[in-house]
Design a protein around this ligand. Structure first.
Ligand code: ADP
Length: 410
């Protein structure tokens, strides 16, 4: 384990973020503005946040000594992923480390079954589900009964460790579901099953909560998923009634209060065919569905997360425009030969309004390597803004214009 010299301003608090990914990288941008230097625990020096922070501890989030070294002298310890084992967080808390969100809350973001059980206790709307974590022959029988009761329109999920659609299997038949179950349970995964929700779209309600108990909610957004991961976010969610939006925000704020969440929290929701809302997932950290706030809201989710973990008053969450669209730059099947630098040059020449955020990651198919935000101008339609955001993101990953535009002909 090595660390670079600590050159932070002594007058300002040090926050440690566990994980060196893009969320830590973008949190560091906000830390800079607040006069801080985010300390990150990263697995290697080339991770997105380790490239840019002057205060990096190299080590594993599974290693208590590395976590201790990262926490040393920090006023708060927070996360860019859900991967730190619960018992290690509890050990840090017992040693006096200020873990935010605390392990008692984070547990529900790490364990989909625990989350479903708690949400159902609180009477919040969730899909029908069943626990497949016990003895495998009993679990198989439970799965068969659940599948029969739901016409085999079901979703199998790994209870822990899934992300971006990994660890989630949407199946359509008994044979398909049992095949997934046998393969996964044979490979030691702990599973749960839930009803496949008939939905019109997916939404996300992002909020932040401070230890003082202050809560703040951003406008509810629509998230567009492709290949199991978020591709586009439209803020605010088009056509969502004020009552439905308020209902989603209130559910998220109430849940954060009940669970004692500190920091940013995303509540992913399904809008069903009959117009009701059902909770899918919780993330207790900055989240892809909040990237639009960097350019499109008065306070970005990254700054808000820092304000919350430091128990500062929270910032205003209103949008800067009637429509803001974020499109992820997702690695192409075949990385283009044109350099990223040249792609950026061309993008800026064509779309001076595009706000680009690249993560310093290598290109791999479907990998999240950056995102583009477009803040709509007065009078622009959602369709126009969305088209431009997606065109810009596609250009950055594929070096091709979706509308066939040719700069030399223009
Ligand atoms: P992850 O933790 O990988 O984000 P999620 O539980 O959010 O996993 O599931 C990923 C995607 O799978 C969701 O965004 C949604 O499109 C689909 N999905 C998950 N659960 C259900 C469900 N119960 N009904 C229908 N679709 C679902």
């Amino acid at each position: 384990m090595t660390s670079r010299p600590d050159r932070r301003s002594p007058a300002m608090p040090t926050v440690t973020m566990i994980g060196g990914g893009q969320l830590a990288r973008m949190t560091h941008q906000s830390a800079i503005a607040l006069g801080q230097c985010l300390r990150v625990l990263a697995g290697s020096a080339d991770e997105p946040a380790a490239q840019v922070s002057a205060n990096v501890v190299l080590g594993s989030h599974n290693d208590l000594d590395a976590l201790r070294a990262a926490a040393e002298g920090a006023v708060a310890l927070t996360f860019d992923h859900e991967g730190v084992p619960l018992h290690l967080l509890q050990a840090l808390e017992a040693e006096g480390v200020n873990v935010r969100p605390p392990s008692t809350a984070l547990h529900f973001a790490q364990d989909k079954l625990a989350m479903r059980l708690r949400l159902s206790e609180l009477g919040l709307p969730i899909p029908d589900f069943a626990d497949l974590s016990g003895d495998s022959s009993e679990a198989r029988a439970t799965l068969i009964a659940f599948g029969d009761a739901h016409d085999w329109q079901i979703v199998l999920k790994a209870v822990r460790g899934g992300y971006d659609g990994r660890g989630v299997w949407l199946t359509d038949s008994r044979a398909e579901a049992l095949e997934v179950f046998d393969a996964q349970v044979g490979g030691d995964a702990v599973l749960m099953v839930e009803q496949k929700v008939a939905m019109v779209r997916e939404l996300s309600a992002m909020i932040a909560r401070s230890p003082y108990g202050q809560g703040a909610a951003w406008p509810v957004v629509e998230t567009v998923q492709r290949k199991g991961q978020c591709a586009v976010v439209v803020a605010p969610a088009p056509g969502l009634s004020a009552e439905r939006a308020e209902e989603a925000q209130q559910m998220a704020l109430r849940l954060a209060d009940e669970l004692g969440v500190v920091g940013a929290m995303a509540m992913e929701l399904f809008e069903t065919v009959d117009g009701t809302l059902i909770i899918n997932e919780l993330a207790m950290r900055p989240h892809n569905s909040g990237h639009w706030t960097m350019d499109g809201a008065v306070t970005s989710q990254f700054e808000q997360h820092l304000r919350a973990v430091l128990d500062y008053p929270l910032g205003a969450t209103s949008a800067r425009s009637d429509v803001v669209v974020m499109a992820n730059v997702l690695g192409a099947e075949q990385a283009p030969s044109m350099s990223m630098d040249e792609r950026l040059h061309h993008l800026f020449a064509r779309m001076p309004e595009a706000k680009v955020h690249m993560y310093g990651k290598g290109e791999r198919p479907d990998r999240k390597i950056g995102h583009v935000n477009i803040v709509g101008l007065a009078g622009e339609t959602i369709t126009d803004v969305r088209e431009r955001a997606e065109r810009a993101a596609h250009w950055m990953s594929h070096a091709e214009w979706t509308d066939g535009w040719d700069p030399h002909a223009a």
